[in-house]
Ligand binder design. Structure first.
Ligand code: ZN
Ligand code: ZN
Length: 127
């Protein structure tokens, strides 16, 4: 599967690129458009809905987020398989060990197509 890479950061809702063990992953989520083709924007940073700039249709944040699709380009840390694919952008909390302490962090998880290793792209941690 060959997926379309983002042309610029301005068309993205999310972007990250990281080293995961001996592998790596690049994940992005392209901004969604209204069914009319218009641009959906949040009126305020913490608003709970998006509004279409063209037709003024209101899309609740949960609906917007639940239909987001992530573009993924990765090299598996376990089997070194490299591939690219698209998957629904769903994040959930996972437990990871940081400096000997178990922490719960928000993570986007996808599976390696080759060895089915679960690869976690966790929310960036401070420090
Ligand atoms: Zn619209
Ligand atoms: Zn693998």
């Amino acid at each position: 599967m060959v997926i379309q890479r983002p042309k610029s950061m301005s068309e993205l809702d999310y972007y990250t690129r990281r080293a995961i063990g001996e592998g790596k992953a690049e994940v992005w989520v392209t901004k969604q458009k209204c069914s009319c083709g218009g641009v959906l924007k949040k009126p305020k940073m913490r608003a709970t809905e998006y509004i279409c700039e063209s037709c003024e249709k209101i899309v609740p944040k949960e609906d917007y987020e639940s239909s987001e699709i992530a573009g993924i380009v990765y090299t598996c840390p376990k089997c070194k398989h490299s591939a690219e694919k698209e998957e629904p952008f769903k994040r959930k909390k996972v437990g990871i060990i940081i400096k000997g302490k178990r922490k719960s962090v928000l993570s986007f998880t996808f599976e390696c197509d080759s060895c089915h290793e679960k690869i976690n792209v966790t929310k960036k941690l401070k420090g």
